[in-house]
Design a protein around this ligand. Structure first.
Ligand code: GDP
Length: 453
């Protein structure tokens, strides 16, 4: 196993920057670049020791620093780890990292520290995945939800579900393989009830997925409407409050720059404002095609109309595009009178609100409509939840097989037939927690991490 090193703090100047080294030679590498004040070397210290000292390249001193020593297995990765806390200058950090590499460490891949933690049994795959969700959380609920997964809430739920089938499979195999032994008869009614309970738990996890995503990842949102209805005013209303965080997280899943607005506990990812404004001009100039493409790529549509004037063909063309998709019609300019009523548009959209985008109080009306539409008002961040598509897909695959197993019991098929479906239901659950997972899946999971985590 190699010894890896990376800068674990953000790629920016800061009060403190951390170079993290992990692996069998971590302490030796640190000893060759760091001299403790006093005589002791880091290699003579027990785990959880902290020393002040200097980072040096031979005779040349680069920085004052603090070194923290962790001894395997009591560290994040489960390996020997040293963290060098230096002054957080970009150039300085890079120099110190280079020094570690010159002295025997290799550059860490994205997510490699967490991957090693997973491979060394410090955390399972759902917990590892929650680390990235926690790092990128935009709000309290997202952070709480990710933290609960990190604490093992999802693993536990999945293990409980898997154990029902593992126990059943063991019992059935014993019964089939050793028919002469005195193995308790299988009670199919009890088996079916257990399967159904487990199925319900799994299906409720799946049902909560979209809501969880709205909170942790945000909702791809597009604002559409013909010119002059108040799109820019609405943008300002949405962004004006918690004007958030333009995210450009290099090396993570999101490479595009987005404007994100947190409305209550929901994060709206408004693909860049220019694009949205452009779409209105395009409606005017080259027709509705561009807007249509934009709409098809979004999870949520905010369709805005000027409610003080009658709906015209252009409004209707836009509203028709909303049919069947999560959408809110914003009947704007209520201060100028309400010609358009909610009932006029509810055939096209999921819900509608009458507001004046100029009035700050409209923010709460929008927030309530959003929370109701996305179901996030009742979101309980202490409950287990799935945090990404990989986890969702594992649950969905398992659910199909559980249904087959229940059907096999119902139709009186042989125990062998039931067992085949039960085995097939277990596999995706073990893949989800990482208990039985291919290297390819593990590599894919960690490739989405940032370097240094
Ligand atoms: P866009 O072209 O759709 O982006 O529309 P704007 O946001 O630029 O708004 C067009 C005009 O309508 C501006 O003069 C706004 O001040 C005005 N406007 C927007 N919202 C309201 C509203 O709720 N009430 C009134 N009276 N005017 C509004």
């Amino acid at each position: 196993m190699s010894t890896i090193a990376a800068i674990s703090t953000p790629n920016a100047a800061g009060g403190i920057g951390i170079v993290k080294i992990s692996g069998p030679d971590a302490i030796a590498v640190a000893d060759s670049v760091f001299a403790c004040v006093g005589t002791k070397k880091l290699s003579e210290l027990p785990g959880y020791s902290v020393r002040f000292g200097h980072v040096h390249d031979g005779e040349e001193t680069l920085d004052q620093a603090v070194a923290i020593v962790y001894r395997a297995p009591k560290s994040y990765t489960g390996e020997d780890v040293v963290e060098l806390q230096c002054h957080g200058g970009l150039f300085l950090m890079q120099q110190i990292l280079r020094l570690c590499l010159k002295n025997g460490a290799v550059p860490a891949e994205p997510g490699e520290f967490t991957k090693r933690a997973f491979l060394n049994g410090k955390m399972d795959l759902t917990e590892a995945e929650s680390v990235m969700t926690l790092i990128s959380a935009h709000g309290r609920q997202a952070a709480d939800a990710a933290f609960n997964v990190l604490q093992g809430s999802l693993s536990q739920e999945i293990k409980d579900i898997a154990n029902v089938f593992i126990a059943a499979a063991a019992h059935m195999s014993a019964w089939v393989d050793y028919p002469d032994d005195e193995i308790e008869d299988l009670n199919f009614d009890k088996l079916k009830t257990d399967f159904q309970d487990a199925r319900n738990k799994l299906s409720s996890l799946i049902d909560r997925f979209d809501m969880g995503q709205a909170i942790t990842e945000g909702v791809e949102t597009v604002i559409v409407g013909k010119p002059n209805v108040g799109k820019s005013t609405l943008m300002n209303l949405l962004l004006g409050r918690e004007r958030s965080i333009v995210t450009e997280i290099a090396g993570t899943t999101r490479d595009v720059v987005e404007e994100t607005a947190r409305i209550g506990n929901v994060v709206l990812r408004l693909s860049d404002t220019a694009g949205i404004r452009e779409s209105s001009d395009v409606v005017e100039s080259i027709g509705i095609e561009y807007a249509k493409t934009k709409l098809s790529h979004s999870t949520l549509i905010l369709a805005i109309i000027d409610g003080s004037k009658s709906l015209d063909d252009e409004d209707l063309a836009i509203l028709k595009e909303c049919k069947g998709k999560p959408s809110i019609c914003i009947i704007n300019k209520s201060d100028l009178g309400n010609v358009v009523k909610r009932s006029d548009v509810l055939d096209f959209v999921s819900t509608a609100v009458t507001i004046s985008a100029k009035d700050k109080a409209s923010y709460d009306v929008l927030r309530e409509a959003l929370e109701e539409l996305l179901g996030t008002a009742e979101f309980d961040s202490s409950e287990a939840m799935l945090i990404n598509e990989r986890q969702l897909s594992c649950c969905q695959k398992s659910l199909v097989c559980i249904d087959e197993a229940i059907e096999a019991i119902d139709s009186g098929l042989t125990m062998d037939a039931v067992n085949v479906s039960v085995d097939a239901a277990i596999a995706p659950l073990l893949e989800l927690t990482g208990e039985r997972v291919s290297d390819a899946v593990v590599n894919e999971v960690f490739s989405k991490f940032c370097v240094g985590k």
